[in-house]
Design a binder for this molecule. Structure first.
Ligand code: HEC
Length: 379
């Protein structure tokens, strides 16, 4: 006993009035490092003990501000920098819409920081022991008595004086509280190997059991409201719409993004006057034109445009593309034929995009030139 280190002197009081009075007396006597324990909150104790306001609020404030900043930065980074979206013409940085996320982040950081700083700074994590634990004193003040302790770290602490002082203010049971031997070592902290091993084992068992039960045995999806939502499949019949089809036609006049409708479907003359081949004559364009021509045009028009189809008469043979008529057409006219078709020839707008159509025309012009070489081409 003699070589044990003293932590404090404890005293028991019997009524709430006595403990309030005791608190006042302790403050009056000038003790700073003391504490009061009661089985339930006793009204007026803060005043009697002259407690300072807790510093916890500052932690919550600082981390709340941090959370708000992080939330706003997150929204700004994702929605303004990475994925700027025009949603119904609203501004790219619509502050009111970002408030919920910012608010959530504020509350999250403020509350998490409050709890963590309480545990780490005020409770001195990972230390989880205290000399008062498991004492007779603690047992009685947590059930039906009221207690006060004056700690040995108080500058005015003197064992005998404190004892006399407690007696003078009417304490019933006065005891010295000592540190346990191992309380000063790491054994009692949460870093204890067995404790950590226990946590790891529990984590493994719980997550393993959840995984096998939900994923392997019952095959339950964690969130299935996307898979099992109410919807109509494109090809299935429905009673929802009058016409019985699930698939809807686009609203009249709808233009897909980046798809300009062909403006001259009704008039080849307009096409011929307004459309100009934008393609530069070079090897790449001629090669693409040739490949596309050979794939989409040559089955009927043959590889040279002479109209010797490879379709064994299953389709009317087209006229030669080397006629004076076609050679004198402007590029726009051929573009029109490819785009909307001509009599029995169907439209190839679905197979060739606009650039490819111009590339085919450029190649076709080369074919025409080759078949009708002039004097000067020979030189
Ligand atoms: C399925 C067979 C077929 C394919 C494939 C086809 N055409 Fe035709 N093409 C025809 C027929 C048939 C005609 C004649 C239509 C008519 O009676 O006016 C024609 C007419 C034309 C004409 C007008 C010729 C004229 O003298 O009036 C041009 C230009 C033309 N095709 C270009 C092309 C191009 C370019 C392609 C490739 C994108 C192509 N065609 C693909 C069958 C085809």
């Amino acid at each position: 006993m003699e070589n044990k280190i003293i932590h404090s002197v404890s005293a028991i009081f019997n009524t709430p009035d006595e403990i309030i009075n005791a608190a006042k007396e302790i403050v009056k006597a000038g003790y700073k490092k003391f504490d009061i324990h009661t089985p339930y909150p006793v009204h007026g104790m803060d005043d009697a003990m002259k407690l300072r306001r807790s510093l916890l609020g500052y932690f919550a404030f600082v981390f709340g501000i941090l959370g708000a900043t992080a939330g706003l930065l997150l929204m700004w980074g994702t929605m303004v920098v990475s994925y700027p979206n025009n949603i119904g013409g609203k501004p790219i940085f619509p502050l009111p819409a970002f408030i919920p996320v910012t608010f959530e982040m504020t509350v999250l950081l403020a509350s998490v920081a409050t709890v963590t700083s309480m545990i780490i700074i005020f409770f001195k994590f990972p230390n989880n022991s205290h000399p008062l634990h498991d004492t007779e004193y603690m047992k009685s003040v947590s059930s039906d008595k009221y207690g006060a302790v004056i700690e040995s770290v108080d500058p005015n602490f003197d064992f005998d004086k404190v004892k006399l002082f407690f007696e003078s203010i009417g304490a019933t049971k006065i005891e010295a509280i000592y540190f346990d031997d191992d309380e000063l070592s790491v054994k009692h902290t949460l870093l204890d190997k067995k404790f950590i091993a226990g946590l790891v084992v529990i984590a493994l068992i719980v997550s393993g059991a959840t995984y096998f039960l939900l994923n392997k045995f019952t095959f339950m999806q964690p969130y299935n409201w996307m898979s099992y939502q109410q919807k109509l499949s494109a090809q299935s019949p429905t009673k929802f719409y009058k016409d019985g089809f699930s698939m809807r036609e686009p609203v009249a006049g709808t233009v897909a993004k980046g798809k300009m409708p062909y403006l001259y479907a009704d008039s080849v003359t307009l096409a011929e006057t307004n459309l100009i081949n934008p393609i530069e004559i070079n090897e790449t364009n001629l090669n693409i034109g040739k490949a596309k021509y050979n794939t989409f045009c040559s089955p009927c028009h043959d590889y040279y445009g002479k109209g010797e189809a490879r379709l064994n008469g299953q389709f009317p043979n087209p006229p030669s593309l080397h006629s004076d008529k076609v050679r004198n057409w402007k590029d726009g006219h051929i573009f029109h034929v490819i785009t909307v078709g001509q009599n029995t020839m169907p439209s190839y707008a679905a197979q060739l995009n606009e650039t490819e159509r111009w590339q085919v025309i450029t190649y076709l012009r080369a074919l025409q030139r080759a078949m009708n070489a002039k004097e000067e081409d020979m030189k």
